[in-house]
Design a protein around this ligand. Structure first.
Ligand code: NAD
Ligand code: UGA
Length: 466
């Protein structure tokens, strides 16, 4: 039966490939799942006691399946030969060179996987785009595979499906175990629909059938970009409102609640902040903008580009407020930065707003004292060196493992990630050990103005005015 999958290979053992395949192996003991990556260190970590990524619940599932029906390996050719179905789950970062630099996603990793499949496949394969890709990427993958098919004597046939991933970091296992929907796009032909049915059967082991949507390939590819664009747009929308609140005396929390009570609008994803971060929102919105430009839909491109414009502006606006509230000069002043991860419950710092706010403050020669419960010093330095220079990081940045030490003698505390533990500190104790007047900048709506002002701090919070 061609709609029954027995062996799955996933190329790319990252934030998506690892957890997704662990969940498939866990829910489908009859399927053998092999996750491969060219990064040996990463594969070694997947095979060790300390997994390369932290996700609540992941370790449990990996330990239950690893060595039974879940394997991690660097042998890409063998994993391709043995699979019925191959997920491509490699990174698709924003391209930094040539045409589309700074906008288009770089598809070189996806293409290299397609070429490896073309080279090593010996029988029929269903190839599944799990990576987030622009519309029509499946067509390029198929061209490479069909060329191999034409030149081969083997019984090669290929079907390419789109199956984007919607998990969020920090809640990956929960999102995978009960997804709002699974989206599968494929060709209309009989072979295409057989391949779609095969992938539907994989998910149907644990996902209710009415949550598995099947569409045309292009709709599926586009839906992933649009879903991220809508989510990012909500944050930019509420962040734009936060500026109106600061200027008028309205409170963005009250406005978000009042607006979100309307069921048509909904209350999720309306937390104003210092700007969204993470590896995907900016990349995917830019990818959508680039697609629109390529299609000469300039007004549509401008519309979505506004989401990015507001996000950059919000980060800049927050950094500017810090400088302005500290009497227009931060040069030589110690500033405690609380939080460097792009959101709570993760050590991931990709595109974190903390990097951008830090950069702006470093341009003003502030001395930064950074604390984050989950991010290593090495990681913070790497991110900041990439945005500034090694020289200025050495001169201006100190990383602390104790928030009280970070705040000692500082002129200000700046909250950049919404870690729960930040709510539990003794801020009166910190205040007493700081330089005075001491200021407090809440970029995450974690605190109430009156509580922080009562301690003696001068308070600035996103979306609220005195
Ligand atoms: P990642 O960087 O964590 O992992 C990608 C892995 O692919 C890396 O380990 C890399 O070594 C490997 N790789 C690249 N080229 C390879 C090749 N030719 N052969 C073997 N291995 C190769 O990336 P990620 O965060 O897992 O994201 C993967 C894709 O999923 C991206 O397109 C992303 O947009 C999308 N996505 C990510 C998330 C998320 O939360 N991180 C959520 C949904 C979708
Ligand atoms: C996001 C989406 O939520 C996932 O559905 C998607 O699969 C994923 O991108 C992807 O394609 O990579 P993720 O980036 O892990 O997931 O995290 P989110 O929880 O969406 O947060 C993104 C950023 O927005 C964070 O910096 C967060 O702090 C910020 N945010 C989120 C706000 O500022 N306000 C909010 O109300 C919500």
């Amino acid at each position: 039966d061609q709609t029954v999958v027995r062996r799955i290979t996933c190329v790319g053992a990252g934030y998506v490939g690892g957890p997704t395949c662990a969940m498939i192996a866990y829910k489908s003991p009859q399927i053998t799942v092999t996750v491969v990556d060219m990064n040996k260190e990463r594969i070694d970590a997947w095979n060790s006691d300390s997994l390369p990524i932290f996700e609540p619940g992941l370790e449990d599932v990996v330990m239950k399946c690893r060595g039974t029906n879940l394997f991690f390996s660097t042998d890409v050719p063998e994993a391709i030969r043995s699979a019925d179905l191959i997920f491509i789950s490699v990174n698709t970062p924003t391209k930094m060179y040539g045409k589309g630099a700074g906008m288009a996603p770089d598809l070189k990793y996806v293409e290299s996987v397609a070429r490896s499949i073309a080279e090593h496949a010996q029988g029929p394969k269903i190839v599944v785009e799990k990576s987030t890709v622009p519309v029509k990427a499946a067509e390029s993958i198929l061209s490479i595979l069909e060329d191999a098919q034409r030149r081969s004597n083997n019984n090669l046939t290929f079907q390419v499906l789109s199956n984007p991933e919607f998990l969020a970091e920090g809640t990956a296992m929960r999102d995978l175990a009960s997804p709002d929907r699974v989206l599968i796009g494929g060709e209309d032909s009989e072979e295409g629909q057989r391949a779609v049915a095969a992938l539907v059967n994989v998910y149907a082991s644990w996902v209710p059938r009415d949550r598995i949507l099947t569409t045309k390939t292009w709709s599926s590819e586009l839906s992933k970009l649009v879903a991220n664009a809508f989510l990012a747009q909500r944050i930019s929308s509420i962040n734009s409102v936060s500026a109106i609140c600061e200027a008028t005396g309205a409170d963005v929390r009250e406005v978000a609640k009042a607006v979100g009570c309307d069921e048509r609008i909904g209350s999720n994803f309306l937390n104003a902040s210092v700007g969204f971060g993470g590896s995907c929102f900016q990349k995917d919105v830019l990818s959508l903008v680039y697609l629109c430009e390529s299609l000469h839909l300039d007004k549509v491109a401008d519309y979505w580009n506004g989401v990015i414009t507001i996000n950059n502006w919000q980060r800049r606006r927050f950094a500017d407020a810090i400088v302005s509230e500290l009497f227009n000069t931060v040069a030589g002043k110690k500033i405690a930065i609380f939080g460097f991860a792009f959101k709570k419950s993760t050590g991931d710092t990709r595109e974190s707003s903390a990097i951008h706010v830090s950069k702006h403050l470093m341009e003003e020669e502030a001395r930064l004292a950074v604390y984050d419960p989950a991010v290593t010093e090495k990681q913070m330095r790497q991110e900041l060196v990439m945005e500034t220079s090694e020289k200025s990081v050495n001169k201006l940045v100190t990383v602390f493992s104790d928030p009280y030490e970070a705040a000692k003698d500082a002129h200000a505390i700046v909250i950049l990630t919404e870690w729960e533990e930040f709510k539990t500190y003794d801020y009166a104790r910190m205040y007493n050990a700081m330089s005075h007047p001491a200021a407090f900048f809440d970029g995450r709506l974690l605190f109430k103005r009156k509580d922080i002002e009562a301690i003696g701090f001068h308070f600035f919070g996103i979306g609220s005015a005195p």
